[in-house]
Ligand binder design. Sequence first.
Ligand SMILES: *[C@@H]1O[C@H](CO)[C@@H](O)[C@H](O)[C@H]1NC(C)=O
Ligand SMILES: *[C@@H]1O[C@H](CO)[C@@H](O)[C@H](O)[C@H]1NC(C)=O
Ligand SMILES: *[C@@H]1O[C@H](CO)[C@@H](O)[C@H](O)[C@H]1NC(C)=O
Ligand SMILES: *[C@@H]1O[C@H](CO)[C@@H](O)[C@H](O)[C@H]1NC(C)=O
Ligand SMILES: *[C@@H]1O[C@H](CO)[C@@H](O)[C@H](O)[C@H]1NC(C)=O
Ligand SMILES: *[C@@H]1O[C@H](CO)[C@@H](O)[C@H](O)[C@H]1NC(C)=O
Ligand SMILES: *[C@@H]1O[C@H](CO)[C@@H](O)[C@H](O)[C@H]1NC(C)=O
Ligand SMILES: *[C@@H]1O[C@H](CO)[C@@H](O)[C@H](O)[C@H]1NC(C)=O
Ligand SMILES: *[C@@H]1O[C@H](CO)[C@@H](O)[C@H](O)[C@H]1NC(C)=O
Length: 890
Amino acid sequence: MGGAFWVLMLVLCSGFRSKFDLAVALLPDEATLMAIGKELGVPGWGVNGSFCTWPGIRCDGENSAVEELDLSHLFLRGEVDLVSELAALKRLDLSGNSFRGLIPPALGNLSELEFLDMSMNKFFGYIPKELGSLRNLRALNLSNNLLIGEIPDELGSLEKLEEFQVSSNGLNGSIPLWLGNLSKLAVFAAYENNLVGEIPENLGNSSELWSLNLHSNWLDGKIPESLFAMGKLEVLILTQNRLTGAIPDEIGSCKSLSSIRIGNNNLDGVIPRAIGNASSLTYFEADNNNLSGEIVPEFARCSNLTLLNLASNGFIGRVPAELGNLVNLQELILSGNNLYGEMPSSILGCKNLNKLDISNNRFNGTIPAVICNISRLQYLVLGQNLIKGEIPRDIGNCAKLLELHLGSNYLTGSIPREIGRLRNLQISLNLSFNHLHGSLPSELGKLDKLVSIDVSNNQLSGLIPPEFRGMMSLIEVNFSNNLLTGPIPESVPFQKSPNSSFLGNKGLCGEPLKSVCDISDQHNPYDLRHRVSYRIVLAVVGSGAAVFASVTIVVALFMMRERQENAAKAAGTIVKDEANNPPTIVAGDIFVENLKQAVDLNSAVQATLKDSNMISTGTFSMVYKAVMPSGLLLLVKRLKSMDRSIVHHQSKMIRELDRLSRLSHDNLMTPIGYVIYDDVALILHCYLPNGTLAQLLHVTSKESEYEPDWPRRLSAVIGVAEGLAFLHHLAVIHLDICSGNVFLDSNFSAVVGEIEISKLLDPSRGTASISAVAGSFGYIPPEYAYTMQVTAPGNVYSVGVILLEILTTRTPVDEVFGEGTDLVKWVHSAPMRGETPEQILDAKLSTVSFTWRKEMLAVLKVALLCTDNIPAKRPKMKRVVELLQEIKQN
Ligand SMILES: *[C@@H]1O[C@H](CO)[C@@H](O)[C@H](O)[C@H]1NC(C)=O
Ligand SMILES: *[C@@H]1O[C@H](CO)[C@@H](O)[C@H](O)[C@H]1NC(C)=O
Ligand SMILES: *[C@@H]1O[C@H](CO)[C@@H](O)[C@H](O)[C@H]1NC(C)=O
Ligand SMILES: *[C@@H]1O[C@H](CO)[C@@H](O)[C@H](O)[C@H]1NC(C)=O
Ligand SMILES: *[C@@H]1O[C@H](CO)[C@@H](O)[C@H](O)[C@H]1NC(C)=O
Ligand SMILES: *[C@@H]1O[C@H](CO)[C@@H](O)[C@H](O)[C@H]1NC(C)=O
Ligand SMILES: *[C@@H]1O[C@H](CO)[C@@H](O)[C@H](O)[C@H]1NC(C)=O
Ligand SMILES: *[C@@H]1O[C@H](CO)[C@@H](O)[C@H](O)[C@H]1NC(C)=O
Ligand SMILES: *[C@@H]1O[C@H](CO)[C@@H](O)[C@H](O)[C@H]1NC(C)=O
């Protein structure tokens, strides 16, 4: 593309000069911009005459000096040093590209600069002290790069700084004391670095500070009282550090504190009663600390509380009845404490409760018969307590339940047949280690999404009902140590289980036990081969649901670093070490038999060490091209930042990948293998030669003479919708749908990538957080902001955005839409601006033929439906496929 572009530039420039006196020098900024355009290949520059109209540029009207330069999210690479010659710049946004190298110290010359965003690139080295000269700077964002060293003290002179973000780098040293002297500081984010030392006592002196996010560092000392003193704080995230001491009483002075996340530290003491004065609180997450005392009833005054996670602490006493007033509460997680008393029936007042986990305490009493009055309950986890009595029949009314864990209690009576009505039960049914007797109800055989059933260590008797053969999604079964008799069901999930799943039942016979049944010929032999693929599909259903069937986005990945001694060693400059000593592969496998010979794991690793092999970088991963010695080409995906937690749960990850690899759908990118070395997980895919849909739409199309390609675009999006409809059918919700994650094969058919991310981020583990990990900017449905759920309608919205992209050839976020407006709003508000649909569509396509125009207008209608603000009004993904196919056929 560079070639054609420069020919055109020369024509334009020579034309420009001939009109004027050749002796007139180019305006200084114009010369600089032309050089920048040449260096970076900025799409669209040079097409129009005046540089002030080029995309991403805004000039001061009188002097034609460039005041704003926005090159964000354009897939650019190259040197950015020249930018520092645009002396009048007030706003510079280079975020979301592939820039690498040092941050140019000469940027410090831009004395007018107010906004500098260099986030989401690959800048490395130290933060230049010269940035301290930017005396007018109000926002500085260097997050998501490869920066090292300390935050330079020179930045202490940025007296006007309001927002300062340096998260997700390799910074070390401590948090500078001068931060507390920046009187305008409102936002400070330095999470995911290697910062040590204490949080400065005076940080709260910045009377404007409302958001402080320092999670995943090595900070120690106390949470300073002063943070709360000014009363402005709204968001405090300190998860995964080594903080000690108590939660300050001053917390009550923050009337607008909405989110406090301090899990995975060494905090002790009690929860201050003043918490009740922080009445805006929505998330309180303090799991995995040494907190003690009782759960204070004052929480009940925080009427907007959505999540309360106090797991794995030393809390004692009863659960205060007042918590039942929290009608907005969605998750109550109290596991791993010393709580006792009757099972807190007051909790039934929390009508919106989605997850109730009080496991591993000393609760006694019985399970309230009306437990299912909480109609939204998806997780009921009561295991490892002292609960007595029978399982109430009404449990069958908990229609949304995904997980029912009552194991290790003192439950008596028999298993109610009503459990068979819990058709959504998918994650697990655990009734083990109780005193249950009687027979297994045949109705349980209707639980055809269930992945794990454990009824071991009870006194259950009779046959395993033949109906259980229908539970094809089972992966883990445990019937051991009961009084069961007769043959083990002959379907695959049972036959493939280890014999330990059935031991301790004198009367059981058949595979996988050694004992042969006398009467086995009575049983209709199953055609196992027929069933295998069905089982795999269902296995995926279950495990997908385990994580994602509209589960709250409690994505913990950023914070799941386990505190391991050797983590200190590994932390920091991983990237550089790799270049020097070739890494040792810890584990790796190729799932696809006929590719085993052709793939060399070492070559895959080596490919990721060279930046020149990088193809794209997304929210969760970086993708490299790798050439195998056999000549085979692979896409190698290196997972970002969550590596450590994933590697810690290696066997789970490998299981998930293996399952996914067997998922067969032409429009889904399934893994063919993986490699793990050091802390890093690489996932291998077959190479797709035609880049991504984003590149097709936004890079190729910016070239002056691109082929109008409407049919290709429409087919691609139909493929995307088909792939996703298949996933939704399996109850898997995609986490990051965007045109950058849609790859194109040699026929330009769409292949949706990043599906494994939905499997590898396991929100059920670790600290819950509701950080927005739900996709890429511009594709995130509006409701995610307040529902905190990733949902199938959310996916439909994102597909709607892609439809708008192919119709308009515009990116989902673009400055031309105006302040606070994205592609969706821009299209939806077209009638208000008096624009017809034709004015929205890319004229290069819609003017080619009447048929194309008609199809585009029909697709626009579908896109508007998909991007409806109200999730319930959006069509199902399956319906989207049908609608689009109809348009294509007519
Ligand atoms: C050229 O300028 C016109 C108006 O100034 C604008 O509408 C158009 O989008 C510009 N074209 C490009 C490719 O920047
Ligand atoms: C710009 O910055 C560089 C490096 O910091 C410095 O050498 C140079 O003198 C500065 N130029 C101007 C015009 O201030
Ligand atoms: C970087 O930080 C600034 C200031 O806090 C913010 O406005 C901007 O959106 C951030 N950039 C990205 C890409 O998130
Ligand atoms: C911080 O990192 C830099 C570069 O890796 C190193 O030279 C320096 O010693 C480190 N400083 C501290 C305090 O650990
Ligand atoms: C912060 O400001 C105070 C008062 O102006 C000054 O005494 C102190 O040295 C400053 N602290 C730092 C670390 O700059
Ligand atoms: C700032 O913080 C320091 C240390 O906590 C404290 O002594 C001082 O009084 C505070 N200054 C103001 C203006 O609040
Ligand atoms: C809560 O606020 C009220 C009035 O705003 C105050 O009287 C009370 O002392 C505060 N409670 C605590 C525990 O801080
Ligand atoms: C709870 O949230 C609602 C909606 O965001 C808000 O209007 C209300 O003021 C909040 N209540 C409190 C006590 O902060
Ligand atoms: C439950 O435990 C509490 C406190 O440990 C005890 O006082 C009570 O009697 C127990 N209730 C039952 C039904 O066992």
